[in-house]
Ligand binder design. Structure first.
Ligand code: SF4
Length: 395
C-alpha cells in the first residue's frame, strides 16, 4: 500500500487528487484506518470520505438493505511529505523543523493541518522531506521516460532496451512491476522489438526540446547481463548523438568495459550496485550477477579513465557490509546513493534504520565522500542536513 501511494504521489501533479476505494476485511480489519494514516505519511491530505454503494446483484436500481457500502477516500497531494520522527531537540508537542530549503506558505499550511489532527508528542518533531523535482519527461515519449516513485530519485530520465534480466537477484521487484512471471523474467534479457527506432524518435524530441540530461540505463533490466546485450552500445550511441548524457547502473562488472570508450568525462557516468564485499553473500542474493571484486574492478577502470562513478547501496541487505563498502571503495567512487531494504520481512522490521543512517552519514562525513540518503531513510537525518537529490554526475 505504501508503494502504491508513493508511486501515485510521484505521478500526480501538485495538488492532484487520488481517489481510492477500499474496505476492511476479516483478515485485515484495520485496512481503511491504516490507509488514512499511510496517506498522511506519504504526503497526502484527506479531503473527503465518500460512500460507494455496491449492488448485490444485477438489475437493482434502488438502494436497499441488500446494498453494501464501502468508503471512497479522496486525498490530495500535499506539496511536501511530513513525517513524525524522534528527535532529541523537541521540548514540547507542537514544535517542528524542516529539512531542506523548500519551505513555502503551502507547506506551512500542510504542516499546521497535520499538527492539528495529530499533535506531535513530546520527543517527536515534524520533518519535511523535499519533493522530487518536477519531471522533465516529454509527453508521448515512452522509450525515454521520467521514472516515478523511488526510481525517480535515481535519475530524471531512463530507458530500458530489454525485457527480463537474468541476474536473478532474489530481492528484485521488477517482475512484479512488469506483471511478468518470475521464471520468464529470470530467463534472461530479450531485446524489445524496434527499440532503437523508438529510442531514436524519443531522443530527437528531447534534443528539439533542448533537454541534455543523462539517460539512465536501466531500471527494469541490466544492460550488461549475461544474456542479450546487442542493443546496449547502439542505445548509448543514439542517446549521445542526440545531445544527451548516459548513465549506466549495472551488476555486470567488467562486462561493461566493452563500451568504456563511449563514456565522456564531462557528460557521462558509470555506476554499480554493491550489497556486499563477500562472494558467497552476493551469490546468495544476486546469483548470476558479477562478483563484488569484478564490479569493483569495473568502477576502478571507469574512474581511471576520468569518468564520474557512483555506487548504489540499495538494497542494504546487511548494515555492516554497506558500511564496509564505503570504506573500501571511496577512493574511486564519486558518490554513494544510500537506501534501505523494503519488503524483506523480519530483516526489514528489525533493522535499526535510524542507527544505520546516522552511522552512514558519520562515515561519509569522516571520509569526505558525496552521498545521497534516499527518501526511505530521510526521516532519520538530523534537522537541516544537506542532502541534495540531484547533483552533477560528471566531472
Ligand atoms: S540486476 Fe536489477 S533488474 Fe536484474 S534481477 Fe537484479 S535487481 Fe532485477
Amino acid at each position: 500500500m505504501r508503494m502504491t501511494l508513493e508511486n501515485c504521489r510521484a505521478g500526480l501533479r501538485r495538488d492532484g487528487f487520488l481517489v481510492m476505494n477500499l474496505a476492511d476485511t476479516k483478515s485485515y480489519p484495520t485496512l481503511t484506518k491504516d490507509f488514512v494514516a499511510l496517506a498522511k505519511d506519504t504526503g497526502f491530505t484527506l479531503v473527503e470520505t465518500l460512500q460507494l454503494a455496491l449492488s448485490k446483484g444485477p438489475g437493482t436500481d434502488k438502494l436497499s438493505a441488500t446494498h453494501k457500502f464501502e468508503p471512497v477516500f479522496v486525498v490530495r497531494k500535499s506539496p511536501t511529505r511530513t513525517l513524525h520522527v524522534q528527535t532529541d531537540k523537541v521540548k514540547n508537542g507542537m514544535e517542528h523543523e524542516q529539512i531542506g530549503s523548500a519551505a513555502t506558505i503551502e507547506q506551512t499550511a500542510t504542516t499546521a493541518t497535520l499538527n492539528e489532527s495529530k499533535p506531535a508528542a513530546a520527543g517527536q518533531t515534524l520533518v519535511t522531506i523535499d519533493p522530487v523535482p518536477e519531471s522533465i519527461g516529454l509527453p508521448g515519449c515512452k522509450y525515454i521516460y521520467a521514472p516515478a516513485g523511488k526510481a525517480g530519485e535515481y535519475a530524471p530520465l531512463a530507458a530500458n532496451p530489454y525485457r527480463g534480466c537474468g541476474h536473478g537477484c532474489s530481492y528484485c521487484y521488477v517482475p512484479l512491476m512488469l506483471k511478468m512471471k518470475r521464471p520468464e523474467f529470470d530467463a534472461g534479457a530479450k531485446a524489445r522489438p524496434d527499440f532503437l527506432k523508438h529510442l531514436a524518435k524519443d531522443a530527437r524530441k528531447y534534443q528539439a526540446a533542448g533537454i541534455t540530461e543523462q539517460v539512465f540505463f536501466s531500471f527494469t533490466t541490466d544492460v550488461y547481463s549475461t544474456f542479450d546485450t546487442s542493443l546496449t552500445r547502439p542505445s548509448l550511441e543514439v542517446v549521445q548523438r542526440n545531445g544527451m548524457g548516459i548513465c549506466v547502473l549495472t551488476k555486470g562488472g567488467t562486462r561493461a568495459l566493452t563500451d568504456i570508450d563511449l563514456y565522456r568525462p564531462d557528460r557521462d557516468c558509470f555506476a554499480s550496485t554493491l550489497t556486499s564485499l563477500d562472494d558467497s553473500f552476493q551469490q546468495k542474493w544476486e546469483r548470476n550477477a558479477a562478483s563484488p571484486d569484478d564490479r569493483i574492478a569495473a568502477l576502478k577502470a571507469f574512474h581511471e579513465k576520468g569518468i564520474f562513478t557512483w555506487v548504489s547501496l540499495e538494497p542494504t541487505l546487511d548494515v555492516e557490509s554497506s558500511l564496509a563498502i564505503v570504506e573500501a571503495t571511496h577512493g574511486f567512487v564519486d558518490l554513494f546513493k544510500i537506501g534501505r531494504a523494503n519488503y524483506l520481512g523480519e530483516y526489514t522490521r528489525t533493522t535499526d534504520w535510524r542507527d544505520y543512517t546516522l552511522r552512514m552519514i558519520d562515515l561519509c562525513q569522516r571520509l569526505g565522500v558525496k552521498h545521497y540518503i534516499k527518501r526511505d531513510l530521510q526521516q532519520y537525518l538530523p534537522a537541516g542536513y544537506s542532502n541534495p537529490m540531484r547533483v552533477a554526475q560528471h566531472h
